[in-house]
Design a protein around this ligand. Structure first.
Ligand code: HEM
Length: 141
C-alpha cells in the first residue's frame, strides 16, 4: 500500500493530468498500441488509427477511471470493483497487459509534465498504477 507521502505525491500532480485527460489518455493508448501491437487484439472492434474518435473516447475513459482511483485513494478496490469484474470476467485481458499500459501512462505523464515528474512522483505513480493493476486483475484468481 501507498505511504502517506506517496499518496500526496500522486494527488499533487493529478490536478494537471485531470485538465488533459483526453490528450494523455489518447497518447497512452497510442503508445500502447504502437509499442506493443499484440495489445490491439483486444480491440478488434475499434478504429485504432492515430487520433481516431474511439481512441480519444477510450483514452478519456481509462484516465477517468484512474481519476476515480485518485479520488478514492484509500479505497481503490471499492472504487474500481465494477471495472475489475469487467476486465476479469467479460474482457479477460491477460494481466501482463496491465504492466504495459501502466508503463505507457507513466511515459505520457512524464513527457507532458517533465518538471513535476521528480523521482519521488515517478516512484509514487509507478506504485499507484501497479496497485490499480492489482485491483483490476485480482478477480482472476
Ligand atoms: C474497457 C479502464 C487496462 C482492455 C475499459 C473501460 C475503462 C477501462 C474505464 C470502459 C468501461 C465501460 O465502458 O464501462 C482501464 C484501466 C486500466 C485498463 C484503468 C489499467 C490502468 C486495460 C488493458 C486492456 C484493456 C491493459 C487490454 C490491453 C479493455 C477493453 C475494454 C476496456 C477491450 C472494452 C472497450 C470497449 O469495447 O468499449 N477499461 N482499463 N484495459 N478495457 Fe480497460
Amino acid at each position: 500500500t501507498l505511504t502517506q507521502a506517496e499518496k500526496a505525491a500522486v494527488v499533487a500532480i493529478w490536478g494537471k493530468i485531470a485538465a488533459q485527460i483526453d490528450a494523455l489518455g489518447t497518447e497512452s493508448l497510442e503508445r500502447l498500441f504502437s509499442n506493443y501491437p499484440q495489445t490491439k487484439t483486444y480491440f478488434p472492434h475499434f478504429d485504432l488509427s492515430q487520433g481516431s474518435a474511439q481512441l480519444h473516447g477510450h483514452g478519456s475513459k481509462v484516465l477517468g477511471a484512474i481519476g476515480e482511483a485518485v479520488k478514492n485513494i484509500d479505497n481503490i478496490t471499492g472504487a474500481l470493483a465494477t471495472l475489475s469484474e469487467l476486465h476479469a470476467y467479460i474482457l479477460r485481458v491477460d494481466p501482463v497487459n496491465f504492466k504495459l499500459l501502466s508503463h505507457c501512462i507513466l511515459c505520457s505523464v512524464a513527457a507532458h509534465f517533465p518538471n513535476d515528474f521528480t523521482p519521488e512522483v515517478h516512484a509514487a505513480w509507478d506504485k499507484f498504477l501497479s496497485q490499480i493493476s492489482s485491483v483490476l486483475t485480482e478477480k482472476y484468481r
